[in-house]
Design a binder for this molecule. Sequence first.
Ligand code: DMJ
Length: 450
Amino acid sequence: MRHAWKGYKDRAWGRDELKPVSGRGHDNWGGMGVTLVDSLDTLWLMGLRQEFDEAKKWVRDSLRFDRTGDVSVFETTIRELGGLLAAFDLSGDKVFLDKARDLGQRLAHAFDTPTGIPKGSTSLREGRAKDVGWTGGNAVLAELGSVELEFRYLGYKLGDASFSDKANRVFEQFSTMKGTQGLFPIYVDPRNGGLKSRKITFGALGDSYYEYLLKTWLQGGRTETRLREMYDEAMDGMVDLLLQHSSPSNLAYVADIDGGTVHKMDHLVCFLGGVLALGAKTDPRGFDSPRARRDLHVAEALTHTCVQMYLRQPTKLAPEFVTFRRGADMVVAPSAPFYILRPETAESLFVLHEVTKNPVYRDWGWEIFSAIEARCRTAHGYGSVPDVRKVTKPDDRMESFFLAETLKYLYLLQDPNHAVDLETAVFNTEAHPLRNIGPGKYTSSRLTTG
Ligand code: DMJ
């Protein structure tokens, strides 16, 4: 973290990202200091207070949203809004909440659709929401379903239910819609809630919808029982329809459905081990119930597969996705052999270690950390690796989630005295911890039954 942060500070201060090979900054997220804001709570949790204070000064004096044009509502919410809110939650400094209010107000227009399902893009400068061209104007499941934690927390902390009401409407809408055993396709029409694709996945474009069902329930003090039901129904559906085992190694993996079963698994799916473990630990039927035991078992098996995605490669780094064929489990696809510093396996290792205390998760985390150190380190930071099947020089890209998530989870995994308690806080999908808000006027009465 010190190395990546030094490169960012020296070469790209206040820019969205650092280019870790050439040592230049670039504003590929509209110019909001995304890496800086995404890193705040990592700095705090690692005890790097001087660095945190320097970053806070930049937020106070230089962070503005009135010059930024079109942005992704989802990416801006999970990285920027989530980063500001977690920095506020940990430090208590109101400067972060004030900035979060400004950003939240600019993003909130996206929710003004007939169903309350947010549009994908909005102009922060003008506060005008837009359809996204590449989705044909449809909302993306993972995007519409991964803004609730942030907007509910914001409403709660500001005492302004207009934010939390918008967030609650999304899952209220979904609670009335009919999916396939709790699973939904990746595209939904925000005008009428119509399902617009056949593809069901826990990977790209689907993933964090399922994560937020569980975590929104936890955030609200476990009273919105409908959310927990929707989550449990989806996990049953996943086990019934998507869970597979490879040959010859009998590795558990979660396939996609797109007409038929597609035997591939994105690295993105590797978040699911952590979510299943968290769901098992908090299961209203008890941690010892058959359902919780099943989910913990699947969590462990899936995370073992995700670790194999790393350990079986010559670089010990995982590709973007693997395919499975009978007799040849886990094949790196020629179209996506790259590792872009993604966090999902580290995330699941952290949660599984919290839940089980099994030291193997720390050992695996250390192996992944060591591979990143060996293969991704550059003069100014850490770069993506173009092909995990061979040892090459890293590319000139360092996504902000490397500092926000990958390094944070790998660090917390090894830190016996860390300050985040999964009983009292949830991590948003960009690894920003937010303390739970409990039941009240910022949660949904329509999702609270009994
Ligand atoms: C992050 O922005 C988040 O974890 C998101 O949920 C998925 N994609 C990246 C990390 O891979």
